[in-house]
Design a protein around this ligand. Structure first.
Ligand SMILES: O=C(O)C(=O)Cc1ccccc1
Length: 346
């Protein structure tokens, strides 16, 4: 059960320095190459082209902003669905992928976490964005003329109470910026989109209202994924590790063991979530990436665990070894610099 520690494709040791808070982004944009600005230790030939970062949605989507926050000089690659985002990196069409995985209002985006477990990419960075929703309409359209609102399902969920107050029907589309594109291309005069004010500027729409989210504190955490564990290898400042623990029975005893293993070593957990399989979706699949040929393993329950510390730290190695003695499967999803910043986007 210690495959991840002895893998030829060892997942340890990659790190991308955190993106800077919004006020510092301009400075970073001026730096000569993205990998340089991410990490000075990457070899010269690797910095000669700009990183391509795949995200789900159209230009102006929140995920694109997360990509630009993590890699200010990158070329962003829009993709239709999250699975296409991952495939873009797997096939070499992009270098990195952006995946929203949790929000303060909705908790873990289980489907995206499932994708992370099923595919062979590793986490190299995290970005948390403050998400502020606006009501966008075609130029000249007033609130009174609106009959419905379209947006990404997460945006609609985050604005549920406000939408009920406005008395507008709503319909889910692929992403927030895609909703704006749809308005524009069909010249929809009775429909508004929920999206960012950045999308309004990009597409030339009017902002009819700001701050539509039901809770004023609305932060989404995005993960930056890569195939290449060398990205950002550098001396670490504050490092975090994410892992998944799949097991077949005794969730409570596995949970207690995980808790005591980390607490006895004074390792702080930043996330601990029990994810049982559902009748609708069947067992949770985890790709075992360490055994040469990749094998998919199935579990009725998986724990998502994020903790402070590097997989190179002896006490972390000991903790993982102890957990791996249980009848569980452990997959290290990434070891990356912890970014406590919350970046702004209106
Ligand atoms: O639709 C978008 O703009 C996205 O990037 C997905 C999303 C939607 C709402 C909050 C965060 C991410």
């Amino acid at each position: 059960m210690l495959n991840h520690l002895f893998s030829t494709k060892n997942r340890t040791g990659f790190q991308v320095p955190s993106a800077l808070p919004l006020k510092n982004l301009q400075k970073r944009r001026r730096s000569p190459t993205i990998l340089n600005s991410l990490n000075g230790s990457v070899r010269k030939e690797e910095v000669s082209r700009r990183l391509r970062v795949a995200y789900q949605g159209a230009p102006g989507a929140y995920s694109e902003f997360a990509a630009k926050t993590a890699c200010p000089e990158s070329i962003t690659v829009p993709c239709r669905a999250f699975t296409n985002v991952i495939s873009a990196v797997e096939t070499g069409r992009a270098d990195l992928a952006v995946l929203p995985v949790e929000s303060t209002m909705e908790g873990t985006a289980v489907r995206n976490y499932d994708l992370l477990l099923q595919r062979d990419l590793c986490i190299v960075q995290e970005v948390s964005l403050f998400v502020h929703y606006c009501l966008l309409a075609m130029p000249g359209v007033t609130k009174g003329e609106l009959k419905r609102v379209i947006s990404h399902p997460m945006a609609l969920a985050h604005c549920g109470r406000t939408l009920a107050q406005l008395g507008l029907d709503h319909e889910a589309v692929e992403d927030t910026a895609g909703a704006v594109e749809l308005l524009l291309s069909n010249r929809m005069l009775d429909t508004a989109a929920i999206a960012s004010s950045r999308a309004a500027v990009l597409y030339g729409l009017d902002v009819l209202a700001h701050g539509l989210q039901d809770e004023s504190w609305n932060v989404t955490r995005f993960l930056i994924l890569s195939r290449d564990p060398r990205i950002g290898r550098k001396k670490r400042v504050r490092v975090k590790t994410s892992m998944a623990v799949g097991h077949h029975s005794g969730t409570l005893s596995v949970l207690l063991k995980v808790l005591s293993t980390f607490s006895s070593r004074n390792i702080s957990l930043t996330k601990l979530e029990v994810n049982p399989s559902s009748k609708n979706n069947g067992p949770i699949k985890i790709l075992d990436v360490d055994g040469g040929a990749s094998v998919v393993k199935e579990f009725p329950c998986v724990l998502y665990v994020d903790f402070e510390g590097s997989i190179d730290d002896q006490k972390v190695k000991d903790a993982i070894a102890e957990i791996s003695e249980l009848p569980v499967f452990v997959r290290i999803l990434g070891c990356y610099s912890a970014d406590p910043n919350i970046y702004g986007l209106q």
